[in-house]
Design a protein around this ligand. Structure first.
Ligand code: CO
Length: 134
C-alpha cells in the first residue's frame, strides 16, 4: 500500500534562521517563506535530490504545531509523509487494522495541493504519519 517517501516535516522556532542554516551551513536549495493560513503554518521547502524537507513554524497560538514547539522549544521532527495511490482505500485499510485517522477522517488538501490524511502516532510506532495521494 505504502509507496514513495514524500517528505519529512520539521517544526522550528525561527523559520528564517532555519532557512539560513539549511541554505548556508548545509548548502541546500531552499524555497522562499510561504504562509499556509488554512494549516496555520509558515513553511520553507528544502529540496534535496531525492526528497523534500519541510521546515515549518506556527503562524499563531492556534496553529496545530504550536503545542509541539511548547513541548520541544528547539524544534524537531513533526511527521513523515508517505505516498499512496488511493487515499480512501488507504484510509479504509488503516481503519480496518485499528489505526485511528485524525480529524473527521476526510482527506484535506495538503501543502502540495494533493489530498492528505494523518494517522494517530500511537497506532503507528510513535510517529505521526501523513499519507498523501500521489
Ligand atoms: Co507534511
Amino acid at each position: 500500500m505504502i509507496g514513495k517517501f514524500n517528505h519529512v516535516a520539521i517544526v522550528v522556532p525561527d523559520i528564517d534562521a532555519a532557512r539560513i542554516i539549511y541554505r548556508d551551513i548545509l548548502g541546500a536549495k531552499v524555497s522562499g517563506v510561504e504562509d499556509y493560513p488554512d494549516h496555520g503554518v509558515r513553511v520553507v521547502c528544502v529540496e534535496l535530490p531525492n526528497t523534500v524537507i519541510e521546515l515549518m513554524t506556527p503562524l499563531d497560538e492556534d496553529s496545530p504545531v504550536a503545542n509541539f514547539l511548547k513541548r520541544s522549544p528547539a524544534g524537531g521532527i513533526h511527521h513523515i509523509c508517505l505516498e499512496v495511490e488511493d487515499i480512501i482505500e488507504a484510509r479504509n485499510r488503516l481503519r480496518a487494522e485499528g489505526v485511528r485517522i485524525l480529524g473527521d477522517g476526510e482527506p484535506k488538501t495538503g501543502a502540495h495541493g494533493k489530498p492528505v490524511l494523518f494517522a494517530h502516532p500511537k497506532d503507528l510506532c510513535g510517529t505521526l504519519i501523513e499519507i498523501e495521494e500521489a
